[in-house]
Design a protein around this ligand. Structure first.
Ligand SMILES: Nc1ncnc2c1ncn2[C@@H]1O[C@H](COP(=O)(O)OP(=O)(O)OP(=O)(O)O)[C@@H](O)[C@H]1O
Ligand SMILES: [Mg+2]
Length: 249
């Protein structure tokens, strides 16, 4: 059974795209067939993997052509991508204006699911019709959150979106976990934010990903941390995350 995992948080810059591309690549390195789908008009999944952003998600959602036309090779075994670009904002506007069904995203990707073990969705740092429908399609939701001052505000928002989808739209998915990112035990702010997350989320809290310059360098070079330095701490932390995801699923 193909599982859809959405990486989401309405707060920007918390490590959603980094987590999406890294776990997508991590799962593919373990022999799973993975399709990464970018729902963010910033189109950063493509650039982070060294590929050109393209209006693929727009076409998948708006043009009723064969969905497979919009799948791109990533140049890595078992990993494909449906890239996004700024036209995805237009798709979002069309979906809102036409009041499309909450199952619109699931219906769009359904014909592609057969060939994959996992679909990983990267989402934009905003609330909106497209992002909600991407979450609605997901079996599991992973929420990266930066361990910094005020990060709990973004979490409150996304948690209330999940509750709303469950209660008013009959969403059947589950929270896979809250992932603390940019963790730095040398700073009081990071430590106290992590402590708050521990109190609030207990069992749903995953092991933190430390702040790491290598992750920034990878994004600039269009490679994943597993390609840049598989012995680095960031690489080991994301590898552990992949192991935990596979155990939880
Ligand atoms: N653990 C980390 N340590 C240091 N830098 C990181 C870490 N995770 C991500 N980054 C860097 O921080 C920036 C923001 O990360 P990323 O793009 O993954 O966040 P995002 O939540 O997807 O942002 P947006 O909301 O804009 O889509 C990027 O430059 C990325 O390389
Ligand atoms: Mg992003």
């Amino acid at each position: 059974m193909t599982k859809i995992i959405a990486i989401t948080n309405q707060k920007g810059g918390v490590g959603k795209t980094t987590t999406a591309i890294t776990i997508a690549h991590g799962l593919s390195l373990r022999g799973r067939n993975v399709l990464l789908v970018d729902f963010d008009p910033q189109g950063q999944c493509a650039t982070a993997l060294g590929i050109n952003p393209e209006p693929c998600v727009f076409n998948l959602l708006i043009n009723h052509q064969a969905p497979a036309l919009w799948v791109r090779e990533s140049g890595r075994s078992n990993l494909c991508l449906i890239p996004s670009d700024r036209t995805t904002a237009t798709a979002q506007a069309v979906i809102n204006a036409e009041g499309r069904s909450f199952s619109a995203v699931l219906e769009a990707v359904k014909p592609l699911m057969r060939g994959y073990d996992f679909l990983i969705f990267d989402t934009a740092p905003s609330a909106g019709g497209l992002q909600e429908r991407a979450i609605w399609a997901a079996d599991l939701v992973l929420i990266p959150t930066a361990t910094e001052f005020l990060s709990s505000d973004g979490l409150t928002q996304i948690m209330s979106t999940l509750t709303q989808l469950r209660e008013t739209r009959n969403w059947k998915g589950k929270l896979l976990g809250v992932l603390p990112t940019f963790y730095d035990e040398q700073t009081k702010e990071s430590k106290s934010s992590f402590g708050e997350l521990q109190n609030k989320f207990e069992k749903s809290l995953l092991a933190p990903i430390h702040r790491a310059t290598i992750l920034r360098e990878c994004a600039a070079e269009g490679i994943t941390v597993f390609e840049k330095d598989s012995a680095s701490r960031a690489s080991k932390e994301y590898e552990k995350l992949v192991t935990i995801l596979l155990k939880k699923i």
